[in-house]
Design a protein around this ligand. Structure first.
Ligand code: SAM
Length: 366
């Protein structure tokens, strides 16, 4: 549950209480990150209740650290403990059944471990962030490391693998009709990250061919492995390529860009390249943050989450290039409309349905 915003009078007590609670929350998040990355939750789920010695041996960590983590997790209510009065060596801890899915199933709509991974990745680059804020420079997406890249893929994975191909695209008439008709459509997944959008399209629409592009080589490696495991690598390719590369002109019936326009240093240049990638009658489908139409303060929890990521990752990543639009995560509909206009799109449709809790879709046509 998010920390309450002050509703009325701002007092020192209220601020201290709020930041104390937020600090506890931050420690919870970092402790969840450790349990996730060290395989501790998995070891508890797979092997059942464990003492400190059993957990240390199952997960391959030091026994003394295992004790501290188990006690902290029980103290914070993430784990159950069989007997608080037993000696430390004999206490056994278990993962509540209801917590296994959010912590361990990356395809679940409840999946929450990626959030801990992405926040921890931001903490890792705080010195570079301070330097960027002073100089006006940026922090490269790659500097956040594999925690951030995998977390980004895992944020969108549940809905991309769940409802994108089977419910969302079928609800967008012109796009579904083209994907479902012959000759088989060609699709580009621009700034594809670890590739789930293109993979989902290929799985939902047999015969369709998808090319995924991203600037980040490690994302492309993961995307290729994901396509292979999903059994669609004969129809889905991935390449390290700038989204503004004109080489793909005139080849695609659909271009999808999932949660990436606000990250681009050159969104108009990229949208212009995307417009030129489309064949006559083609569409660009953009998914980006479901922001309010105007700045509000205090704002909703979701808007505050966008601002948090904007401060810590999306804006600094876009500031690595010069010139840069410096959009930030809180890209409002009017901003995207302006980028699309400048890129030469004549059709701009904001789709309020279908929508996700944190993302909305836009359909752009040449
Ligand atoms: C927030 S991630 C979104 C990735 C993916 N679409 C998803 O939803 O998981 C933004 C992606 O944009 C990529 N990117 C940024 N600038 C790019 C550019 N000029 N060309 C291609 N990809 C770019 C980054 O490497 C990163 O993978």
């Amino acid at each position: 549950m998010a920390v309450e915003l002050p509703q009325a009078e701002k007092t020192a007590d209220e601020l201290v209480g709020r930041l104390f609670g937020a600090s506890l929350g931050m420690m919870d998040v970092l402790s969840v990150y450790m349990g996730d990355r060290l395989g501790l939750y998995r070891a508890l789920r797979d092997g059942g209740p464990a003492s400190e010695t059993e957990l240390a041996s199952r997960a391959g960590i030091d026994r003394r650290y295992a004790r501290e983590w188990l006690e902290q997790q029980a103290a914070s209510g993430f784990l159950d403990v069989d007997d608080v009065s037993a000696t430390a060596e004999l206490r056994r801890f278990s993962l509540p059944d209801a917590y296994a899915e959010p912590l361990l199933n990356p395809d679940s709509p409840y999946s929450i471990a990626p959030l801990a991974r992405s926040i921890s990745a931001c903490a890792k680059v705080l010195p570079e962030l301070l330097e960027a804020y002073r100089t006006g420079g940026g922090v490269d997406w790659n500097a956040y490391g594999s925690d951030m890249i995998e977390a980004q893929g895992d944020f969108n994975r549940p809905w991309l693998r769940g409802s994108f191909g089977t419910e969302i695209l079928p609800a967008i008439g012109p796009i579904h009709d083209r994907l479902a008709s012959d000759p088989p459509a060609r699709v580009a997944d621009v700034a594809c990250g670890v590739g789930w959008a293109g993979i989902a399209i290929a799985q939902a629409y047999p015969g369709v061919r998808v090319d995924g592009f991203d600037l980040d080589p490690s994302s492309i490696d993961l995307a290729r492995a994901n396509a292979q495991r999903a059994g669609v690598s004969d129809r889905v390719t991935h390449a390290v390529r700038d989204a503004a590369d004109p080489a793909a002109a005139g080849q695609y019936d659909l271009v999808v860009v999932i949660e990436a326009i606000h990250d681009l240093a050159r969104p108009v240049e990229v949208l212009s390249a995307i417009r030129q990638m489309l064949r006559p009658g083609g569409s660009a489908l953009i998914a980006d943050e479901r922001t309010e139409d105007a700045f509000t303060a205090p704002a909703s929890e979701i808007e505050r989450m966008y601002y948090g990521f904007s401060l810590l990752t999306c804006l600094p990543a876009a500031m690595t290039e010069r010139p840069t639009a410096g959009t930030g995560t809180v890209m409002r509909t009017d901003t995207l409309r302006q980028y699309a206009d400048e890129a030469g799109f004549t059709g701009f449709e904001r789709l309020d349905e279908p929508a996700l809790e944190m993302l909305r879709f836009y359909r752009l046509t040449a």
